[in-house]
Design a protein around this ligand. Structure first.
Ligand SMILES: NC(=O)c1ccc[n+]([C@@H]2O[C@H](COP(=O)([O-])OP(=O)(O)OC[C@H]3O[C@@H](n4cnc5c(N)ncnc54)[C@H](OP(=O)(O)O)[C@@H]3O)[C@@H](O)[C@H]2O)c1
Length: 336
């Protein structure tokens, strides 16, 4: 069996495809034949600079996989050979608030990830895959989808009639658009590309703003909401966008702080003046993943997959993410 490994601080092209041994699952573990693994911006950041994260090398990248259980270890309950499962981002976060122990179980970071033909995972660190999804689609769920779901359903508690602001058209934001739609919320979406904005309108976005054409995009968002601002923001931009997101949020609204796509500094005073609730989000626990999957199954929601790469060409998937031309998710098909 082969796995991709980060073996140096030299970036995408230094990733190595390595032949390693297969093993039987131990107590509480399952063996999964990986069919697909999706890429998140965080995987790209990890590959570019494992040293700053103090990662022991080699490290297998990626948190997100979907595949088929091929063996179960002693004492495993509720997972059987032949089950279609997805990995959880955190091997050990069942429910409740995030903990240091959960953070220490982040796959493709603190512990080995899943970009491999076969992985051994703890049985409590996998979930069943919604039946209507194929493996490529299911592989998009563990990080981007759950983060978007946690932001909207968990943190912002979005309800029908709310207005949400979504930044850009990457993996997290496109899931947030789909979830906002099934929650009955209206979405304002920003992007650098008019073509991508046309696509989000086709998907049901209420209003769109090109943040390149309108560098002061928060003013457009305020205009669209009659000066009031949005109820909630899925903030994937980070320091470079946060101050504008604060300006675009209504008094006593919520910002789910997720991303680090941009750098900069912020003046926090309007968080206080506007009584805004600013809440950090770190993906989410297994129970929330199960709840999200129920909603995905009920609405027969299909993830938006921009491009699928072969296992041997996995490096190209990270290059594609770095180029930022994608709309939705980039996925590596591991099993042909
Ligand atoms: N905290 C967590 O648990 C968590 C989980 C998942 C992701 N994240 C973070 O969230 C961010 C997004 O992740 P992702 O996987 O969705 O990334 P992604 O798929 O690579 O999304 C990139 C997109 O973000 C948009 N973007 C970039 N700069 C922007 C700006 N200044 N304003 C508005 N949009 C901008 C662009 O959209 P357009 O091309 O449309 O302009 C770009 O295509 C990353 O920082 C990632 O590390 C955090």
């Amino acid at each position: 069996m082969r796995q991709w490994q980060i073996n140096s601080n030299d970036g995408i092209d230094a990733l190595e495809l390595v032949e390693t041994g297969s093993r039987e699952p131990g107590p509480g573990e399952v063996r999964v034949k990986v069919h697909a693994s999706s890429i998140n911006f965080r995987d790209l950041s990890t590959i570019r600079d494992p040293a700053s994260r103090n990662l022991p090398l080699p490290r297998v990248p990626n948190s997100d996989a979907a595949g088929e259980v091929t063996a179960v270890g002693e004492g495993v309950d509720g997972v059987a050979v032949g089950d279609r499962v997805a990995s959880c981002f955190f091997a050990d976060w069942e429910d409740g608030p995030c903990t240091p122990a959960a953070m220490a179980s982040a796959r493709g970071g603190a512990v080995d990830g899943v970009l491999a033909e076969e992985v051994i995972l703890n049985a409590r660190g996998v979930v069943p895959v919604p039946e209507h999804l194929d493996f490529v689609e299911a592989a998009t769920l563990p990080c981007a989808a759950l983060t978007a779901w946690n932001a909207l359903a968990g943190v912002a508690r979005v309800k029908a009639g709310d207005t949400v602001l979504l930044l850009g058209t990457g993996g997290v934001s496109i899931f947030a658009l789909q979830f906002a739609s099934i929650m009955g919320a209206r979405a304002v979406v920003t992007s650098s590309s008019d073509d991508k904005l046309a696509r989000v309108r086709e998907m049901g976005a209420w209003k769109t703003v090109n943040y390149r054409v309108h560098p002061d995009w928060e003013k457009e968002v305020l205009d669209l909401t009659d000066g009031a601002g949005v109820d909630a923001v899925v903030e994937v931009g980070g320091a470079g966008t946060l101050e504008r997101s604060i300006a675009a949020t209504r008094v006593a609204g919520t910002i789910a702080l997720i991303g680090v796509l941009t750098g900069g500094q912020i003046d926090p005073v309007n968080i206080m003046r506007k009584s805004i609730r600013l809440q950090g989000v770190y993906v989410g626990p297994r129970n929330l993943f199960l709840a999200m999957n129920r909603a995905i199954a009920q609405h027969r929601l299909r993830p938006v997959v921009h491009e699928v790469f072969s296992f041997d060409a996995a490096r190209d998937a990270y290059h594609a993410m770095a180029a930022a031309g994608h709309f939705g998710k980039l996925v590596v098909r591991v099993a042909p």
